[in-house]
Design a protein around this ligand. Structure first.
Ligand code: MUC
Ligand code: MG
Length: 375
């Protein structure tokens, strides 16, 4: 019968390192290759599903690294779900949470692979398992993060000319505030009237620095400021929000639905960045989104520079949201020198398109997996 066919037969995890087209610099880290754990779950019926756990600069962006993700999947998470019917997503979530605290990126890669395998078995997209599609494309921005304003204007010009991106997220916080503000002024002037700018400080500032810089960002026309202060400083962010004319976005301070509730109750943010690696899967991402929706907080489709595998998993989760007013940032597939799937995702007219196939909608290229697998 179908249920026995859907039994989880095996889980394989592979660390890959894929070079990026240029150095990507955040406040506290810098990468020239992106590291993922690719998860392949095989069902008793012979169908394989895939998922991806992204990281940024080892355990620097959050506490998970590809090494810890692979170790915890192989040692603790796989034994907890072996043999279970793959379509019991919520039950499997309970088992995964009992087997390991947090480890949300690892759990997300597993849940993605399960939804992919079940979707591929039934011939339906993962988005249908989550309630169906509201949109089949999402506005997608590009992130400027070389730190060199001349290079960044050139890069932005190329993206605008190709009609790929006209909203840009500028990564700040690696340099002194004055240097970052000068860089932003350069970008704002060069791209005036042709692009929208948002910024992400990745927790680099303290409250007083942010208080000093926010009016300048407003004057430069920046439309959204992401995680200016440390993730722990919810009260500081709430105070800044009351004094800022620019909307503020929560990123590193919202992992769980409980975090989202605290952010909502304390008036911490106007917008939240949704990411599978933070929330621990597609189902949990929708739960975090529901808490935000209930509080009138806007939704933004965040990323951790995922390949087409992780990006399409996010699109499956984003496709059914009633509103995704702030668009998304799944430019990841475009910043890699190569992709891991047989057919790349479609970027067109400033949007990224939901792939139409079953499961998460993309197919793992085994040659690429072998090529980029860590020895
Ligand atoms: C983050 O903090 O938002 C997303 C885009 C990017 O360049 O870095 C990530 C992580
Ligand atoms: Mg961020």
């Amino acid at each position: 019968d179908l249920r026995r066919d859907l039994a989880i037969a095996s889980v394989r995890s592979t660390i890959v390192d894929v070079p990026t087209v240029r150095r990507h610099k955040l406040s506290s880290l810098s990468v020239t290759a992106q590291s993922y754990v690719i998860v392949e779950v095989k069902l008793a019926n012979g169908v394989t599903g895939i998922g991806e756990a992204a990281t940024l600069g080892g355990p620097r962006w959050s506490e998970e690294s590809v090494e810890s993700i692979k170790a915890n999947i192989d040692t603790y998470l796989t034994p907890a779900i072996a043999g279970l019917p793959a379509d019991r997503f919520e039950l499997i979530g309970i088992q995964l949470d009992a087997a390991a605290k947090r480890n949300t990126a690892a759990k997300s890669a597993i849940e993605t692979a399960l939804m992919d395998a079940v979707g591929k078995t039934l011939g339906i997209p993962a988005a249908l398992l989550l309630g169906g599609v509201v949109r089949d494309r999402v506005p997608v921005l590009w992130t400027l993060a070389s730190g060199d304003p001349v290079q960044e204007v050139e890069e932005a010009e190329r993206k605008i000319a190709a009609r790929l991106h006209n909203t840009f997220k500028v990564k700040i916080g690696a340099e002194a505030p004055a240097t970052d503000l000068a860089r932003l002024r350069h970008l704002a002037m060069a791209l005036e009237g042709r692009a929208t700018l948002i910024v992400d400080a990745n927790q680099a500032w303290d409250e007083t620095t942010a208080l000093r810089c926010l009016p300048v960002l407003a004057e430069l026309g920046v439309t959204l400021v992401e995680q200016p202060v440390p993730a722990w400083d919810l009260d500081g962010l709430a105070r800044l929000r009351r004094r800022s004319s620019v909307p503020l976005m929560a990123d590193e301070c919202v992992f769980s639905a409980h975090d989202m509730l605290a952010v909502a109750q304390r008036g911490v943010a106007d917008v939240v960045s949704l990411k599978l690696v933070k929330h621990g899967g597609l189902l949990n991402t929708r739960k975090v989104a529901a808490v935000a929706e209930a509080a009138g907080i806007g939704l933004y489709g965040g990323c951790l520079l995922e390949s087409s595998i992780g990006a399409s998993a996010h699109l499956q989760a984003f496709a059914g949201l009633r509103s995704l007013a702030w668009g998304c940032e799944h430019f990841g597939p475009q910043i890699l020198t190569d992709d891991l799937v047989t057919e790349p995702l479609r970027f067109e007219d400033f949007h990224i398109h939901l792939p139409s196939g079953p499961g998460i909608g993309v197919t793992l290229d085994q040659d690429k997996l072998r090529r980029y697998a860590r020895a």
